[in-house]
Design a protein around this ligand. Structure first.
Ligand code: 5RP
Length: 241
């Protein structure tokens, strides 16, 4: 583990070494700018941590060629900040993809999809040479599986996929929004699965991805992070995998 200088708290109500979770997210969002290749496109994830990154990115928007976004929400925020957003299909490769995570382990394997954007996140991550994860310290885990695992599914396959998770010891629940099944940017549903202990993320991702009706499983093992900027009470720590 290497250590980079801490970014100072932006607000005067945060004494050195004492940050709120939002301040930790802002710190890592700002620190991620060092990985943005000037003159090139940048892949942009989704979520509250990424929102801080987008705000930071806006300050160097004249130094980048634009962004490829992983959700409607991030696209709207990027455009509102004056950053050009290109379609993923128009891009062959990205030097870097920057995104948050719900869990990350000591090998750079992640659980993602708390914001329901996992499918597009995995697609944009796959275009990138390097995945830089930005997260507060609460996201660092020893074994993936405590955070309910998001899985994007074709609606007609929901019950069968839930039974398949039950056979693995998991309990799948359909994610709701305002009492109705949440509909993703891709028009599909999300199952959140508890009770899993994901010791072998590569094997797990390969297995679940083959189940009929699974669009994307929220284990990011094949698209793992190479770097994690972790917001800690001592400042930003850089983990490399
Ligand atoms: C969205 C994601 C997010 O990266 C993940 O949920 C973390 O979000 P936040 O930064 O709000 O904690 O995977 O689908």
């Amino acid at each position: 583990m290497t250590h980079i200088p801490a970014v100072s708290p932006s607000s005067s109500d945060a004494p050195a070494g004492s940050y709120t979770q939002d301040q930790l997210k802002a710190l890592v969002g700002q620190a991620a700018l060092q990985y943005v290749v000037r003159g090139a496109l940048v892949g942009v994830g989704t979520g509250s941590t990424v929102n801080y990154f987008i705000d930071a990115l806006a300050t160097i928007k004249d130094q980048i060629a634009g962004a490829v976004s992983s959700s409607v929400a991030s696209t709207e925020r990027l455009r509102a900040a004056g950053i050009a957003v290109l379609e993923a299909n128009a891009v062959e490769r990205l030097p870097v993809y920057i995104d948050g995570a719900d869990e990350i382990d000591g090998r750079g394997y992640m659980v993602k999809g708390g914001g329901a954007a996992l499918t597009r996140e995995k697609i944009v991550a796959a275009l990138a040479d390097r995945f830089v994860c930005i997260a507060d310290a609460s996201k660092l885990v020893t074994v993936l599986g405590t955070f309910p695992l998001p899985v994007e599914v074709i609606p007609m396959a929901t019950a069968r996929i839930a039974r398949q998770f039950a056979a693995l010891g998991g309990h799948a629940v359909l994610r709701l929004r305002e009492g109705q099944p949440l509909v993703t940017d891709n028009g599909q549903h999300i199952l959140d699965v508890t009770g899993l202990h994901i010791d072998d993320p590569l094997a797990f991702e390969a297995q679940v991805s083959q189940w009929p009706g699974v669009v994307t499983v929220g284990v990011f093992a094949f698209q793992r992070a190479q770097v994690c900027l972790l917001g800690t009470p001592q400042g930003v720590k850089t983990l490399t995998f």
